[in-house]
Design a protein around this ligand. Structure first.
Ligand SMILES: Nc1nc2c(ncn2[C@@H]2O[C@H](COP(=O)(O)OP(=O)(O)OP(=O)(O)O)[C@@H](O)[C@H]2O)c(=O)[nH]1
Ligand SMILES: [Mg+2]
Length: 348
């Protein structure tokens, strides 16, 4: 799989317009034909297009300069030069596009298939056929093509997912993702196995799907850049629901883990705590008896209706968790749709 790259700087150059042509009609028995120089073709645009099959900006890491085709020059017999082809660059859904010089946000590609013209092709020049006047019947002038736009851009990927998995290293986030989706993240019995986010699609039943982002583990101090956390916290900003994944083997420390995680999110961006969330207490298969489990649960009494006890390895409790997540996502999506409809209505 391509490496996960979430910020790049690139140069885009649209095609130049082709020049207009200076030419005169040549016909037998007509000694001085009129001007017939065709127009130049327009230069191609550079267009970004969001594609849900792409998950990283890696393609822009090594190649950073992109240019669209120039328009062809006009020709005699009033023939227009061909327009240059647009250059379409595919980017992951969730890519924010900024002008690297002014820092102005030019667009946010949040939906599959959405496009943004980032550099406009130059107009083709007019051929001399346009410049004939009653007093100037043989114009020896034509317009040059206009140059295409050229811009340095910053592309920044902020993942868009329904659920973001938040947890300490080794809590079992990747194991859970591999259990509930076709994603195959690396899983191992040591911290910081996951070095970059993985996305997985959960299919509950036909047409009922949601996207889960497995993120690298967080540790205390992540907001200050400790561990790997900080770099990836931005990918939680655009997830609809948070799922805290906690390790039951931590026993009474599990509640402390939860509070530390929440605090790290708050220090990074307090708005993250306004998101709806659930808590998965994972690795229940390793808990020897019910008493032990109940001791831990007691500490979570204030979060009672958010708790799901699961084993990402055996699958125990996982279906219930998925349905609970789905219910929250469904509600949020309905609300989002109503809001969009509201916007359309106020516009019209
Ligand atoms: N017995 C048992 N082991 C589990 C369970 N979930 C995860 N594990 C194990 O815990 C270890 C860590 O699992 P990962 O899924 O890699 O943990 P992670 O949270 O993704 O860790 P990082 O990527 O480092 O943040 C692996 O050895 C898993 O096999 C579970 O429910 N039961
Ligand atoms: Mg992992």
């Amino acid at each position: 799989m391509a490496r996960f790259i979430d910020q790049v700087k690139i140069l885009v150059k649209a095609g130049n317009g082709g020049s207009g042509c200076i030419s005169f009609r040549r016909e037998k028995y007509v000694p001085r034909g009129g001007p017939d120089g065709g127009d130049g073709g327009d230069g191609g645009d550079v267009i970004l297009m969001a594609d849900s099959q792409i998950h990283t900006l890696y393609d822009f890491y090594h190649q950073t300069h992109f240019r669209a085709e120039n328009g062809k020059h006009g020709m005699g017999k009033k023939m227009k030069g061909r327009d240059g082809e647009d250059l379409v660059l595919k980017v992951p859904v969730g890519t924010i596009v900024k002008d690297a010089v002014t820092q102005e946000v030019l667009g946010d590609l949040t939906k599959h298939g959405q496009t943004l013209v980032v550099a406009k092709g130059g107009k083709g020049g007019k051929g001399n056929a346009h410049f004939a006047t009653p007093t100037r019947q043989a114009p020896r002038m034509a317009e040059p093509g206009k140059p295409g736009e050229e811009k340095w851009l910053i592309l920044e990927l902020k993942l868009i997912a329904d659920v973001g998995l938040v947890g300490f290293p080794n809590a079992g986030k990747s194991t859970l993702l591999s259990r509930i989706s076709a994603a195959k993240p690396k899983i191992a019995d040591y911290p910081f196995t996951t070095l970059e986010p993985n996305l997985g699609v959960v299919r509950l039943w036909e047409g009922y799907t949601f996207v889960v982002a497995d993120l690298p583990g967080l540790i205390e101090g992540a907001h200050k850049g400790l561990g790997l956390g900080h770099e990836f916290l931005k990918h939680i900003e655009r997830t609809r629901v948070l799922l805290y994944v906690l390790d039951l083997l931590r026993e009474k420390e599990a509640i402390k883990d939860f509070l530390v995680l929440k605090e790290e999110l708050r220090l990074y961006n307090p708005k993250l705590l306004e998101k709806p969330y659930l808590i998965a207490l994972n690795k229940v298969d390793l808990i020897p008896n019910l008493e032990k489990l109940e001791e831990i649960l007691k500490l979570f009494s204030s979060e009672k209706d958010k708790i799901y006890i699961i084993s990402a390895v055996t699958g125990q409790g996982v279906i219930e968790l998925l349905y609970a997540l789905w219910n929250i996502i469904k509600e949020i999506k309905e609300k989002e749709e109503n809001e969009e409809e509201g916007k359309v209505k106020t516009l019209s």
